[in-house]
Design a protein around this ligand. Structure first.
Ligand code: SF4
Length: 240
């Protein structure tokens, strides 16, 4: 429906990939071009610890099926000390072998996350990657929040650094949840429902909600702020 309305839109779906194997072909047939999947580990027990469920087999099979039917796959990994730090290179290699792009995302504290988890910041990640690879710093690309790097063989990876002061400078992201809420910023709680207008076919009402969400989009997040603030909405509600 979205492509019928505007074929040029860059539409991607963020999924945990648990049921992707059985859905990939239907998604492709519906016109989807790209999916985002988290692969934080390639070790089943670690995946079970992170997800609270034995998920890895489904996820990896789902990713392979998505590639098989011709979907582009973008992988996200959140490196965490004592959880998956030792897998940074292996997850990157997993993506490289399959010609999937990878973005390492600095761990963002939020009230649902276990207190004892410590994320890894970009300099630590880069030091690990430099032990194995040579790469150049490409900086930012358009409105993408990723800081990009290119390896000698042309493979490109990104790092998302929400603690950097200029991280939000070019952000143009508005997120639409499955419940029909528009979210102007990943960090803040604010959200506005657009579902009632859409269900009524009220295009003007929907446009007004969208306009208000864009108007109230915050300038930047507060991760790393002086008050040690954390985000209070779970990321699984918001999407990527
Ligand atoms: S924290 Fe908010 S403003 Fe910053 S990049 Fe994320 S969504 Fe955009």
């Amino acid at each position: 429906m979205i492509y019928d309305y505007e074929p040029s839109v860059d539409l991607a779906m963020t999924t945990n990939a648990f049921l992707l194997k059985g859905a990939a072909q239907r998604l492709k047939d519906a016109g989807l071009k790209r999916i985002n999947v988290s692969v934080d580990t390639l070790i089943p027990e670690v995946a079970k610890d992170i997800a609270g469920k034995d998920v890895l087999k489904n996820v990896l099979e789902g990713v392979d099926e998505a590639l098989h039917v011709g979907l582009k796959v973008k992988v996200n990994m959140v490196p965490m000390k004592t959880v998956n730090a030792q897998e940074i290179v292996s997850v990157l290699e997993y993506c490289k072998e399959r010609n999937m792009s990878i973005r390492f995302i600095e761990y963002m504290e939020n009230k649902f996350a276990a207190k004892e988890i410590q994320g890894m910041k970009s300099p630590e990640l880069l030091a690990i990657l430099r032990e194995k690879y040579e790469f150049t710093d490409d900086g930012f690309d358009g409105s993408s929040p990723s800081h990009y790097y290119t390896m000698k063989d042309g493979y490109r990876f990104g790092i998302i650094e929400p603690y950097e002061d200029d991280f939000c400078k070019k952000c143009n992201r508005i997120r639409l949840t499955a419940e029909g809420n528009l979210i102007p910023c990943l960090y803040f709680d604010e959200a506005m429902s657009i579902s009632a207008s859409i269900k009524k076919g009220d295009i003007k009402g929907a446009a007004a909600v969208l306009k208000e969400v864009v108007r109230t989009k915050p300038e930047k997040n507060r991760w790393g702020g002086e008050d040690d603030e954390v985000s209070s909405r779970a990321f699984y509600e918001t999407g990527g």
